[in-house]
Design a protein around this ligand. Sequence first.
Ligand SMILES: *[C@@H]1O[C@H](CO)[C@@H](O)[C@H](O)[C@H]1NC(C)=O
Ligand SMILES: *[C@@H]1O[C@H](CO)[C@@H](O)[C@H](O)[C@H]1NC(C)=O
Length: 372
Amino acid sequence: MKSPRRPTLAALFFLFLVASSQSLDLNRRGKHKIDGPIKTLVVIVMENRSFDHVLGWLKSTRPDIDGLTGQESNPLNVSDPGSPSVRVADDAVFVDWDPGHSFQAIREQIFGSEDSSADPNMKGFAQQAEGMEEGKSKTVMSGFKPRLLPAYTALANEFAVIDRWFASVPASTQPNRFYVHSATSHGATSNVRKDLVHGFPQKTIFDSLEESGLSFGIYYQNIPATMFFSSLRRLKHITKFHSYSLKFKLDAKLGKLPNYVVVEQRYFDVNVFPANDDHPSHDVAIGQRFVKEVYETLRASPQWKEMALLITYDEHGGFYDHVPTPVSHVPNPDGIVGPDPFYFHFDRLGVRVPTLLVSPWIDKGTGDDTHT
Ligand SMILES: *[C@@H]1O[C@H](CO)[C@@H](O)[C@H](O)[C@H]1NC(C)=O
Ligand SMILES: *[C@@H]1O[C@H](CO)[C@@H](O)[C@H](O)[C@H]1NC(C)=O
């Protein structure tokens, strides 16, 4: 006969459900107390755009921002002093074509050649694009008129624009997404499907939050890219993943957003779950609507006074940016060297990306003066 004390499997499962459904509250009573006014940080990582492509032309009304004057240009052939050049323009429309942003492509964009010991003069974007497809230099040298990106323009004017935020790795999407939440790509310098499926083992910000008794939540649309971290695949974390459409507005409204919130957009690069909208020319407008929806949801939340929203990009997607990439004093985070054939030491950054910081604690129209 069973001892009456011994809980049955069903009872254990019930307890697990109760505990997990209250995990946010349990976490709230955790060890670490946040002293500052901001208790919740919401992070959105958008895809594949440089700072100048998205925010560069804001400079005409915001001279404090290190954007475009209109004089910046790239030669079509960096090694030919007589080469014609392509000047920046403000006529970007959504780009159907995906500009180069592999490790090699980015190296050529930054240094103008394969020689990464040269000065990062940001002169190779036009040449690299032209090498991929004739006539594409124009595409990568164009940026958006601020009025085509109304959500960003409004947020930039009300809150803070950070014009010294660089992609962490001069490489493609996933290595940079890893850096956002774990400060390393664990050696990855490209998107390797097999490795992504296998999962990445490094310690993440999610682990640190948990250790400190703070809470986190991931609100995803088609798939959560954060699932590429092995540590988030543990069963106990299943309750940290929420459907964006079902839970985000609700949790915000109820004041139940956790301390660290990742809002994942609908990715375009997941073949299994294609984006609903087949027209890439709608991409920018979709992105603007999404950012606006997140902002308005947070603003209406009872937690708004204790929140900050960070909107950044994984990498520059092959688009021109005029600010030299930092190539010295960049520490390798964990001693890991990248794979063959580049053996990258993670000792220089990627190209500058658009970043906005939004919070009621930020003064209107704040710029970033770390570069002056
Ligand atoms: C670029 O210019 C150099 C020097 O004039 C020349 O050798 C090279 O063939 C040119 N490259 C292209 C792609 O035209
Ligand atoms: C961003 O770049 C990745 C490659 O790093 C590509 O697969 C993806 O389609 C791009 N996303 C968009 C929105 O262009």
